[in-house]
Design a binder for this molecule. Structure first.
Ligand code: NAP
Ligand code: NAG
Ligand code: NAG
Length: 289
């Protein structure tokens, strides 16, 4: 059973609605005909094209609702993917076979040594899309969303992987934003201080020196995108929602445009009123650290 939280936009405050669903629909996103090779060519980096070697990305939480979309989009954009999962056999059944997709066991609570082994020495980047699964362990958010992510960063350092993309959340710094009475902030923190755990992980990433992009989405939806992506600097948005397809797209675009996306925290929601802008413009509009 998967559980989702939807943050509904409201004029002054955000209301939290909790719902569960036992299944979700995977919607294939946008146009996938553009390969990484052709993107490289546009940028004049022909060497990549000659060798034809694909950049490999390690995805933690690859079986998650956002993680799965990230994997699919990476593959369609010409990356090779090492999917880090807790149950390899189970994970294999939920993806289409692809010669560029490999699975490796990776439980983020098992420490950085094992994670470094899982990531290997052939990964260019790590995308973290993990999130605790609601259950009886009150410490799960702390173990997974804080320590788990910290271990992943440590594992990257061990392997010399210098690119890290984290799927975090808006309102992680809600207390500092004066949003402590925002129902969404209260609600998420009742579930084991989830947002505080994520904020701790973010701080660790920033201190680590790794080349990072922290993506903080609003409430996640499984519906296909409706509306354009709005991208804001950290601690700006206190409500709104976005399709997981778009969150995955932002995570993948961060790897395609490292120049504009590196060392940045971006908050994203979707809005029907927002103009359509290129990801390059969106990333460029947010100041880095
Ligand atoms: N729900 C929202 O509205 C909302 C809003 C903003 C941000 N977020 C955040 O966005 C992220 C993605 O959310 P989502 O709903 O797409 O995720 P999800 O479907 O709940 O998936 C969570 C993923 O984390 C993995 N995971 C859990 N514990 C793990 C562990 N110990 N080691 C390795 N992997 C582990 C799960 O693996 P298994 O398949 O093995 O369980 C699964 O792949 C989360 O961090 C979430 O907190 C959510
Ligand atoms: C995808 O993009 C290509 C070229 O960029 C275009 O020729 C094709 O029609 C597009 N396909 C879809 C389904 O939009
Ligand atoms: C890191 O960041 C810079 C931008 O400051 C970027 O140009 C570079 O390619 C990035 N990637 C890696 C893997 O270091």
């Amino acid at each position: 059973m998967t559980t989702s939280l939807l943050l509904l936009r409201h004029s002054s405050s955000a209301a939290a609605v909790f719902f569960s669903s036992s299944s979700f629909v995977f919607t294939k996103n946008t146009n996938s005909s553009r390969s990484f090779t052709s993107i490289k060519m546009e940028r004049g980096e022909a060497s990549e094209q000659i060798t034809g070697e694909k950049k490999k990305v390690f995805v933690a939480g690859a079986t998650g609702q956002t993680g799965k979309r990230i994997v699919e989009q990476l593959l369609s954009r010409g990356f090779a993917v090492k999917a880090g999962v807790r149950d390899v056999d189970k994970a294999k059944t939920s993806f289409r076979q692809d010669p560029s997709l490999h699975f490796v066991k990776a439980d983020v609570t098992e420490g950085s040594e094992k994670l470094a082994e899982a990531i290997g020495d052939d990964s260019h980047a790590v995308i973290c899309a993990t999130g605790f699964r609601p259950g009886f362990d009150l410490f799960a958010p702390w173990k997974i969303d804080n320590f788990g992510t910290v271990s992943l960063v440590d594992a990257c350092k061990k392997q010399g992987v210098n690119r890290f993309v984290l799927v975090s959340s808006i309102l992680v710094n809600g207390a500092a934003m004066g949003q402590i009475l925002n129902p969404a902030y209260i609600f998420l923190n009742v579930f084991g201080l989830t947002l505080v755990a994520k904020l701790q992980a973010e701080k660790y990433i920033k201190r680590s020196g790794v080349n990072y992009t922290i993506v903080r989405p609003g409430g996640l939806k499984n519906d296909p995108p409706s509306g354009n992506v709005v991208m804001e600097p950290e601690d700006t948005l206190s409500g709104g929602s976005i399709s997981r397809d778009q969150v995955a797209e932002v995570a993948v675009e961060a790897l395609l445009d490292e120049e504009e996306s590196s060392y940045k925290v971006v908050e994203i929601v979707a809005s029907a009123d927002a103009p359509k802008r290129s990801y390059k413009d969106l990333f460029a509009s947010v100041k880095g650290h």
